[in-house]
Design a protein around this ligand. Structure first.
Ligand SMILES: NC(=O)c1ccc[n+]([C@@H]2O[C@H](COP(=O)([O-])OP(=O)(O)OC[C@H]3O[C@@H](n4cnc5c(N)ncnc54)[C@H](OP(=O)(O)O)[C@@H]3O)[C@@H](O)[C@H]2O)c1
Length: 337
């Protein structure tokens, strides 16, 4: 009885401490917006956001950053937008905020991961034949596709891969990279993208508005899932006994605003040890080596970035809103004058 009471009190105290810690952490969560100087000494244009939400994006003149010894300063000529960016703008899934992104306000007030430009040190050399817009499209989407096809799907000649979401940023790279490795590629997309996906080299295209790949008779050696809109058991049904399921996408605008794709990630991890098929998720690891491999693939013409729309720097909010809809055709690019 006494032990029960001690445990009950301890749990209550821990919970109260956690709530208080959360309250303090929430209200002290801040960013550099309050310390901005009126007139930057060394000005540059940037899109910034002091609070979460698309409506809070601003085109501003800020001070040019000074690189440390292990950094380079890049004069950005073009950038591209990824679903990654709107996750940060919206601060969703909200669990991200507690994982270091900023509880009440975004810690880092600047945006963007993909860029191409000129640098005083080398990041990865852009082949001369590739435009800045094409180079800017390759980082996140291209590297994700390369690592999904080569390292997670382990695809080689003749192996059958299904790419769900074949017409988006990752999908358009994945179709071409899988083809360059000799795989037999099936791409899943909507009617308006069937010709595009076929033109990228897909051997078979499934129009998801007319046919459900999970009800088909084909069995695949790997499924690269950019749009996890089928249950894991539905996906397993069309995988060969030793097939690999690679969860890439998740956290779409319709997913839980609190935990996003984490529920599905946990399910794949729990299931995998008990079945013959390999179920797993991937996180792209942006490495200079893989960026150089992509540059070579682009230079040789084996991979051609698909550019959907181009926006100006001042139009970044519209570009992110477009990507957030989840129907980009290839990559969305930001050009910088
Ligand atoms: N794990 C990682 O490291 C990593 C890295 C990059 C991206 N991601 C994630 O991967 C996902 C895809 O990224 P992305 O850059 O390719 O996104 P994206 O460029 O926004 O592409 C979304 C694509 O999904 C297609 N789509 C929508 N509903 C579909 C459905 N029911 N069936 C099949 N296709 C459908 C759309 O085609 P239609 O217009 O034809 O519908 C569109 O082309 C996102 O969730 C992103 O957050 C993960």
């Amino acid at each position: 009885m006494k032990l029960k009471r001690i445990l009950k009190w301890s749990a209550g105290i821990i919970l109260l401490a956690l709530i208080m810690w959360f309250q303090v952490a929430y209200w002290t969560s801040t960013n550099d917006c309050d310390h901005k100087t009126a007139a930057p000494n060394n000005p540059m244009k940037a899109i910034t956001y002091c609070d979460y939400g698309l409506a809070n994006l601003k085109l501003e003149t800020i001070d040019k950053p000074t690189p440390n010894d292990d950094q380079v300063l890049v004069r950005v000529r073009a950038a591209s937008v990824n679903p990654y960016d709107w996750h940060f703008v919206e601060g969703t899934p909200k669990i991200m905020r507690a994982m270091g992104v900023g509880l009440r306000k975004p810690k880092d007030t600047r945006l963007g991961v993909d860029f191409a430009g000129t640098a005083t040190g080398s990041v990865a050399l852009k082949p001369a034949s590739i435009a800045f817009e094409q180079a800017a499209s390759a980082n996140i989407a291209g590297i994700t596709a390369l690592q999904a096809v080569r390292d997670k799907g382990k695809l080689g000649p003749g192996q059958k891969v299904l790419i769900n979401g074949a017409s988006g940023g990752v999908g358009t790279f994945a179709v071409q990279i899988a083809k360059s490795l000799g795989a037999d590629v099936t791409g899943v997309c909507s009617t308006r993208n069937v010709d595009l996906v076929r033109s990228l080299g897909a051997d078979h295209v499934i129009d998801y508005t007319k046919e459900d790949f999970a009800k088909g008779t084909e069995r695949y050696d790997a499924i690269l899932d950019n749009v996890p809109n089928h249950t894991l058991s539905e996906c397993r049904r069309v995988l060969s006994p030793k097939g690999k399921y690679v969860l890439i996408g998740g956290g779409g605008p319709n997913d839980s605003r609190w935990i996003g794709p984490f529920g599905r990630i946990i399910k794949t991890m729990v299931l995998s040890p008990f079945i013959s098929q390999e179920m797993g998720m991937m996180m792209a690891d942006t490495s200079q080596k893989d960026l150089t491999i992509l540059a070579d693939l682009m230079q040789s013409g084996k991979v051609k970035p698909v550019i959907d729309r181009t926006y100006k720097l001042s139009e970044v909010p519209a570009a992110i809103a477009y990507v957030e809809e989840g129907h980009a055709r290839g990559k969305v690019i930001i050009t910088i004058d």
